[in-house]
Design a protein around this ligand. Structure first.
Ligand SMILES: [Zn+2]
Length: 214
């Protein structure tokens, strides 16, 4: 049985069980979209709300957007504050609009609030989780059926137990090919957390430390 496949089945739709500590701290961009490469790496190339990954979209990161925790309309001064930004798919971002969040999805251990069931639905465990599920439409039918297919495929491959199935899943569960090179980026007002660069996904891949799937 392939350990990598079993591990992928456990983690593909698992929300974080621990609080997220920001790895990066670029400062000074005047266009909030300039933070996107940092946010891709920060949030592991997936939507903080629905866990959809860049790899599942034909246009990869172009189908994702920069989402403001405190909406620009409510706090224009924080529109370009890195710690006020998260990474979200365009659907979740659009569904949320400017709604005030009851919880910080870029930091909170969302596993306490949301859980993905084997049938692909997302179950809310708390009031905050229910708010996220309803506001971002996390149980939109196409997304539920996609999650169900992914889980079914992983279950099938796990039961089959072939040692060479990992390459089949790599296309679905691997990191993007175009990992951002944050070490070459110079934020206008510097980087509050420069130590994060060596832990970026590209740096880890270059050292041979990045797993094939996550
Ligand atoms: Zn999403």
């Amino acid at each position: 049985m392939n350990d990598a496949i079993i591990q992928a089945g456990r983690t593909v739709f698992a929300y974080a069980s621990t609080e997220h500590q920001r790895r990066h701290g670029p400062r000074g961009y005047t266009n909030y979209r300039a933070y996107k490469p940092w946010l891709r790496d920060e949030f592991t190339f997936r939507c903080v709300y629905c866990l959809s990954r860049e790899r599942w979209y034909p246009n990869g990161h172009e189908d994702f957007s920069v989402d403001h925790l405190i909406p620009r309309s409510a706090a224009p001064d924080e529109a370009c504050d890195y710690d006020n930004l998260v990474y979200a798919c365009q659907s979740c971002n659009r569904n949320r609009q400017d709604a005030e969040l009851p919880i910080d999805p870029g930091r909170a251990p969302l596993a306490a609030h949301l859980r993905v069931a084997n049938d692909g639905t997302i179950q809310a465990l708390t009031r905050e989780g229910r708010w996220l599920e309803r506001t971002c439409h996390l149980n939109r039918p196409l997304l539920v059926s996609f999650r169900k297919r992914v889980l079914g495929l992983i279950e099938f491959l796990t039961a089959r137990g072939h040692s060479d199935d990992e390459s089949m899943l790599h296309e679905l569960l691997g990191f993007p090919d175009n990992l951002p090179d944050l070490g070459t980026k110079r934020a206008p007002a510097g980087n509050a957390r420069p130590e994060g660069i060596v832990h970026s996904h590209l740096a880890r891949r270059q050292r041979g430390e990045l797993p094939r799937m996550y």
